[in-house]
Write a protein that binds this ligand. Sequence first.
Ligand SMILES: Cc1ncc(C[n+]2csc(CCOP(=O)(O)OP(=O)(O)O)c2C)c(N)n1
Length: 612
Amino acid sequence: MVSQVTENGGHLASNLGVVELTIALHRVFDSPKDKIVWDVGHQSYVHKLLTGRREQFPSLRQYQGLSGFPDRDESPHDAFTTGHGGTSISAALGMALARDLAHDNYHVVAVIGDGCLASGMSYEALNHAGHLGTNLIVVLNDNGMSISPTVGALARRLSILRTSYHYKQAKERISRLLSFLPGGRKLYWSLERLKGGAKAIVMPTMMWEEFGFTYLGPIDGHNIAEMELILKQAKNLGKPVIVHALTAKGKGYKPAEDDPVHFHSLAPKRLILNQVQDNGQKSKEIPSYSRIFAQTMRRLITDNAKIIVVTAAMLEGNSLSLLAKEFPHQIYDVGICEEHAVTFAAGLATQGFIPVVAIYSTFLQRAFDQILHDVCLPNLPVVFALDRSGIVGEDGKTHQGLLDLSYLSLMPNMAVCAPKDENELQHLLYTALDIKHPLAIRYPRGQGAGVPLDQEFHKLPIGKGEMLKQGDDIAIIAIGSTVMPSLEAAEHLARYGIDTSVVNARFAKPLDRELILKVASHTKKIVTVEENVLSGGFGAAVLELLAESGVSNVKVKRLGIPDEFVEQGRQDFLRSLYHLDAQGIAQQVVAFFPEVGASMLAPTQHLPKGAA
Ligand SMILES: Cc1ncc(C[n+]2csc(CCOP(=O)(O)OP(=O)(O)O)c2C)c(N)n1
């Protein structure tokens, strides 16, 4: 696992932490008859290795290889397809009820980390499970960490329990040790009096009992024999039971034990090596969009105490960790609770604060109704910063950020934009702070375009795009991450005598009607490009605009993601697969408008080598 994950990237520390726990689970339960439901599923690598996928393990997270998450299409041992947190107890309860209704007799086990236990759905499921009272086992894999230390009152309670458990263990060890020494018993009792405070710690098991669960534990999750015993006990209870296992993230691999936050999720080695030149020197690093987001927020927050940044357990991913230490009253990590994060921000906005909700595109899907009902309906000025929009790469279909232009644009009062590069990102963030309605800014995973950053921020007009290059034959209207490749595509096309306009639309909503209609009437041939599903996306909005404006003599080709889930794979590879890189865009222009370049380049195979 260590050699493979450090090569391909993926979740290392979480998997190292559950090696023994997974072995014990598979010894006690008979998968796939018994169902093991992993929460998020980022910790299911050991489970994959133990259920017939060892030979395929080197293909982990590669295109058409093993998924980094459980997938029902991959193996009957993967009881539930996941990637987002907080689903395991609900799904497991559904399976348990299905079993009861079918008078079947298998076991269902949900395995959930303390981070995901804090998500709202987990409580909804616990509440229902206690009500149904059926045979359901929840294994709480408590390592005190989400990606960073788990936040919240529950986490505090669990940490008391951990401390008391470790205290009890240490006390027993000391007692055993001292009993061998002359005068040892006396020494032990004086130590005991000294620690009187710590001794009084109460086991907070009541909460589970209130929910109708039997609580078993805490137990050392790295002790296979003990884990097996307690799981067998849980198996025989025939009612909702929680097994509280204490584990350490990164267990057994010193670098990960020492820095579990870094080793939570590793980038593929190739991306790390890319940053090093042939001479071994570190190449001049182009900052990521996440870094520019954090850097910009730092400047904005410093000048304005009303700005509050809210993130849902993704301080690291959003590059906000350092900032959170510097501005503890302006940066809030609410845990894996996207729904709460959004409505919490709405509350702040009602009181004149300027909330910036920084949540990955894929996870913000969770909060659809909160954005609609709690932010857009009352028209509150909440800013949404959507990192990892578009194709995310190896994390695969559960994590692609390919729906946000659609699901945000359909909400009344919401404005939706995407910067063409990191410089525009900082200006859009600056612009957003003065807007009196909800506004979403989506930006991609990974490095920016490498453009210089303006020192002074300036405001960009809402609903306005820009003409980057004027041409007579055809117009490419692109948004966000596809603008730069579109410019490059125009250069390819120019070599074949095709004169292309390139428009940076910048806003998916409101659209720059004036600019789009002007461009359409000039070339009569338009290609729209977006890293989003075509359905309800940017190109669809352009088509609607043309139709509503009575423009019928313009031919439009939309490039984007068809109606399907996009698999895992390298980000650049997937972009080329969906014709969203420069070569692909140029190729599609020629394929769709053969008349444009007919004299120079009829069939697509005449494109430069590597264009396909
Ligand atoms: C809804 C949602 N939000 C955020 C994430 C990103 N994420 C993946 S794993 C993780 C931490 C999970 O912590 P925990 O459940 O304690 O498991 P551990 O990694 O500590 O074993 C987070 C925040 C996610 N997968 N789903």
